[in-house]
Design a protein around this ligand. Structure first.
Ligand code: SF4
Ligand code: SF4
Ligand code: SF4
Length: 786
């Protein structure tokens, strides 16, 4: 049979006698995925476009209403403006303040989704070049039967080979283009429609991230869903400075892979240190656990200025835009490798390697743009080896005496402290340092996120950050930790083992720490929260810079969390999935619970699965630092699946929260699939997007937001125990909203039976049935909408 549609050609041969033999069941497709027949029935929404899931979005958004916190009352997006949108005023295009705020959130989410999708395109192209279009997608061999849950759910496709991922990316790119178009003047007018598109951008972002990680896992032989993925070195103190040192920064791993490959080819692996900052380094350790992670993006200034790296190679995303200037100041040759991040450098891609190496090594050229990973890899290694001996004879690090001298210039004007996002007491540190006591400056190291704003504010041109780092030299020498390398996906058997306990509430929750940790004590707090929840037998997942922060702390026995807790997706596990794009595996795990444990069809069946996850899987995301636009897109993807996200104080700068109103009983009804009745299920989860001021507040919120309508009484009692315990620890009293979460007396934690029974009797509490919950109407035995 030959089928020709507008974009696709499919040739299917059941049986054919040809001269060379007999052909059976041949299927050839051009312009579509190779998957052929797939037994799972296709759901209602494969490849959803902008408005396909609008009804589901509006169902969520009617419960979790956007609460806007505008930074500014003006819109300046087009030349009709600027327009004053204060109060009930509208812009010249007719837009209101809420719609304008929602449009800004959409723009942010689009930037994030575009960044991941563009990164995915780079990785798929690279993987195909390296391993061929027919290279099988293999995230975990026999351990993974549902190998691309997000793509299955969203696109209704089951990608099998790398070439299939190109088609999936075509879809993502078309959606992002349309989403961006919706932000043009005179398109959407209503905030809820912008918000629905925010959720669409988040869902597309998850698809893009899954594509990216599947491509690199398959082509680069990363750990494949391995809970025992090897440990890698983490921290500035782990670097062997007797060897040439290469620093890679960014998110797109091919240049780092090329460096590692070139070293292997030349038998130099033991002789050169490959170190990295941000997600490129996470992925470099997945490729070779000999690579070392220095730290999250806030380590860029301190590490570059240390003079330790002999060559700096940057790719894309989260690279300081002044990285080249910093490299020049440190006398370090610099190579840019991405056309998205050319850094103003001359394009040397077509020049001979010898010429580039000679220019960079001699200092004739300070930097080069090389848009060829293999060439960049060779140049980096050869330059590092050439320049290293001379570089070790000089040092850019400040001596204690130099710190004292520079601190003596300080006039205590306090401009630095005012510019500092963490309000650090720099002037006091300078005063003490000028008098010979570096301990106060050294203390600031713990809470300094290396942004450099203090230096730009300083009227005396004091290199404040460098002084802080120099004062903390001893601490930096002791930055010696380990991190479990990113394992990638979650195995089917792990889902099978924990699916029931999660859905019934007997594992109290899945908590995902993602994103950057860059604010005062941010890294330490992420580590402490993850340890707390792992000890409480939650499943803790992490990725990217948050995963590094977790590794940077030790218990009393000197063990990092990765040495204390297993890497498996189980109660009490700390699961590092990998770099930012590996976040898709965390969403994927919740989706796989619906598929593997509950046997729901995933294929193009988004609303049903999101409804399942929202009502039954007690998962919560936590993003604790100041975040990029990618983090906004990642959060949006969780929201569309009905998974709440808690952010730190910086998260309020996203300008809107998605808050439930626990006091409005009418918002918390679900359909009971068994009876068709509308049943009050309580505010579980209470919010979809909420900010916490402190670590303690965040932990209380996480424990509360893990509650779901489907919890069994045993599960609810356990979740309440954690919520109440954490609340009591930070507030010294019982939470006032306990009655809202108790459906029957069997929900009451045994240890608090007396107290809570008393509270219930005073509050007019009535027993409620425990439903088989859904927010959807099409699953209902009867009719009616909520
Ligand atoms: S987009 Fe609308 S509100 Fe914004 S400047 Fe233009 S006319 Fe004014
Ligand atoms: S570099 Fe550190 S001390 Fe300076 S402004 Fe940033 S956080 Fe504050
Ligand atoms: S801005 Fe400079 S001179 Fe002023 S207090 Fe800070 S370090 Fe001292």
């Amino acid at each position: 049979m030959l089928l020709v549609t507008e974009k696709k050609v499919s040739l299917s041969i059941k049986e054919l006698d040809a001269g060379f033999g007999r052909i059976r069941d041949l299927s050839v497709s051009i312009g579509k995925l190779s998957a052929g027949d797939w037994a799972e029935e296709k759901g209602p929404t494969p490849y959803p476009s902008l408005a396909t899931l609008r009804e589901w979005d509006h169902t969520l958004l009617s419960r979790y209403q956007p609460f806007y916190m505008p930074f500014c009352d003006l819109c300046c997006l087009c030349t009709y403006g600027k327009c004053d949108l204060t109060g009930t005023k509208k812009g010249a295009c007719g837009i209101s303040m809420p719609a304008q705020q929602a449009r800004t959130v959409l723009l942010t989410a689009c930037i994030g989704a575009a960044t991941h999708t563009s990164h995915a395109r780079e990785l798929v192209t690279y993987a195909i070049k390296r391993s061929g279009r027919d290279c099988e997608i293999d995230p975990g061999g026999n351990a993974i039967g549902v190998e691309a849950p997000v793509i299955r759910l969203v696109c209704g496709e089951k990608p099998q080979i790398l070439a299939d991922l190109e088609t999936v990316l075509d879809y993502c790119e078309s959606q992002i283009t349309s989403l961006l178009a919706a932000t043009h003047t005179g398109q959407e007018g209503k905030y809820l429609d912008f918000e629905s598109k925010v959720l669409h951008a988040g869902m597309i972002d998850q698809v893009g991230m899954e594509v990216a990680d599947l491509a690199q896992i398959s082509a680069l032989g990363y750990p494949k869903a391995d809970p025992d993925a090897p440990l890698a070195a983490l921290g500035m103190g782990t670097v062997e400075t007797t060897k040439p040192v290469i620093l890679v920064i960014g998110h797109n791993v091919p240049p780092a892979v090329a460096i590692i490959d070139y070293l292997a080819e030349e038998n130099l692996t033991d002789q050169v240190e490959v170190t990295g900052i941000c997600c490129t380094s996470v992925d470099a350790t997945r490729y070779s656990p000999r690579a070392k992670i220095i730290g999250p993006m806030s380590w860029q200034l301190r590490y570059i200025r240390s003079g330790i790296p002999d060559v700096i190679v940057v790719d894309e995303q989260c690279v300081r835009t002044d990285a080249f200037d910093e490299a020049v100041a440190a006398g370090t040759p610099f190579i840019a490798t991405s056309d998205k991040n050319c850094m103003g450098l001359p394009d040397r891609t077509r020049d001979p390697v010898d010429a580039i190496v000679a220019d960079l090594s001699s200092g004739r050229a300070k930097g080069a743009l090389i848009l060829d990973s293999e060439k960049a890899g060779e140049v980096a290694v050869r330059v590092a080896r050439t320049v290293m001996p001379a570089r070790r004879k000089t040092s850019t690090a400040l001596s204690p005496e130099a710190v004292r001298e520079k601190a003596a210039d300080c006039t205590r004007c306090r401009l630095c402290q005012r510019a500092c996002p963490n309000d650090l007491a720099i002037p006091q540190g300078m005063k003490a340092a000028a008098e010979g006591d570096l301990s106060l400056l050294s203390l600031l190291y713990e809470t300094c996120v290396g942004c450099g704003r203090c230096e730009h504010a300083c009227t005396q041109d004091i290199p404040v950050h460098s002084l802080i780092v120099a004062a903390a030299a001893e601490k930096i020498k002791n930055e010696k930790f380990v991190i479990r390398t990113g394992r990638g996906a979650i195995q089917d058997v792990e889902i099978r083992n924990v699916g029931g306990p999660i859905v019934l509430g007997e594992i109290p929750g899945v908590v995902a720490f993602v994103g950057c940790s860059n604010f005062a004590n941010g890294g330490k707090e992420i580590a402490e929260m993850s340890v707390e929840f792992a000890k409480r037998r939650y499943i803790v997942c992490t990725s990217g810079c948050a995963a590094m922060s977790i590794g940077m702390y030790r218990d009393e026995e000197g063990k990092t969390p990765y040495e204390q807790f297993p890497g498996s997706f189980t109660a009490g596990g700390i699961v590092n999935v990998g770099s930012c794009v590996a976040n898709a595996h965390i969403a994927g795990a919740t989706i796989k619970i619906a598929s593997i444990f509950a046997r729901r069809n995933l294929r193009g069946n988004y609303a049903e699965i999101a409804d399942y996850v929202h009502n039954r899987v007690g998962a919560v995301g936590v993003a604790w630092g100041a975040m990029s636009q990618k983090a906004a897109a990642i959060a949006s993807g969780f929201w569309r699946l009905g998974i709440p996200v808690v952010v730190g104080p910086h998260g309020t700068k996203y300008r809107r929260m998605l808050l439930g109103r626990a006091d409005r009983d009418e918002d918390w009804y679900v359909h009971d699939q068994r009876t068709g009745e509308k049943v009050y299920a309580g505010p579980a989860p209470e919010h979809l997007f909420v900010a916490a001021e402190t670590k303690e507040e965040a932990m209380v919120l996480v424990a509360k937001l893990c509650m779901r309508p489907n919890d069994t009484t045993r599960g609810r009692a356990m979740k309440l125990t954690h919520y109440i315990d954490l609340y009591q620890r930070s507030h010294g009293a019982l939470p006032e909203d306990i009655p809202r979460y108790i459906r029957t007396t069997a929900d009451i934690p045994v240890t608090l039976k007396g107290e809570i029974t008393g509270i219930l009797s005073q509050s007019g509490w009535k027993e409620q049935p425990i439903p088989d919950p859904t927010l959807l109407t099409r699953d209902m035995p009867g009719e009616g909408r909520l």
